[in-house]
Design a protein around this ligand. Sequence first.
Ligand code: TYM
Length: 332
Amino acid sequence: RPRILSGMQPTNDSLTLGNYIGALTQWVALQDSYDTLYMMADLHALTVNPEPERLRERTRTTLAQYLAGGVDPERSTLFVQSHVPEHAQLAWILSCQTGFGEMSRMTQFKDKSAKQGADSTTVGLFTYPVLMAADILLYDAALVPVGEDQRQHLEITRDVAERLNTRFGDGTAIVPEAHIVKALAKVYDLQEPTAKMSKSTTGKGTIWLLDDPKVMAKRIRSAVTDDGSEIRFDPATKPGVSNLLTIFSTLSGRTIAALEEEYAGKQYGHLKVDLADLVVETFTAFQARADVYLSDPAELDRILARGAEKARSIAAGTLSRVYERVGLLPPA
Ligand code: TYM
């Protein structure tokens, strides 16, 4: 079966509704037809310089949320990025095949470093996409399910893979495809529905999956909507309502067209109240499942040990293939 690799950074106590809709639901849907590997990208999380004990904790809560969202440890390989040293090893090889100029054009880097200023921007933040390319190429992944904000990182991963094949021969790397489901790949901030819902905001426009459900409901009910009163999916003129419809459709499994029909002639308030109820119902159950996993650290450890073992067995093979192709002398 073709392989899939994806991951999230354990940078917060909770994932967001954007992570859930743009990535996690896709991960779950793909487990039946692919060999799926999902990781906690703790090495990437070091780029925000987290407090050490919190990073460890968040790596576990992130795993618990993958599981609560429906990732099945029997069908998917779940692992911590830093448990597989080959990620950092391949990243070095790839960094020697990546242009300084092309890295400098990465929009996420430009945005983040502009905010931080040159003196507090680390080299790790700069080479972040190279490590991400290593994550993907290490598993010969065919498909990488992510949200829209990762598209550019996927493109550079493909460029680097093609470059390796040109320079060192076909089959040195598998060129991966991004799996970005257009309708779900960008969930917007509830207060500013033309901006991405993001982990780095402290505002009221983000839904945190482990937040108090009452707070979640309140945030949905106070979401910014648009001029007019018609409940219709039209992101260009009705970004707020369209975002709510996307969320509603994903959580209910109903089509946007069916929702438009049901809410024809009703007011924005009706939609918000119903969606708030659905969010509370969905994530109360989600949190209960996450709590069960979090209350059994030994089970989480077992899942991670098994995952790391499987991941390493694939990663080691790829790394030695690449080492050999680029001309490193194998140890005697
Ligand atoms: P991260 O941790 O920022 O986000 C995890 C996933 O959630 C998606 N996402 C969204 N999707 C829709 N709407 C939103 N508002 C939204 N916000 C976030 C992201 O696109 C992502 O799929 N660099 C990656 C982590 C990573 C990775 C990898 C991913 C490291 N190595 C290898 C794939 C393959 C990141 O920071 O995701």
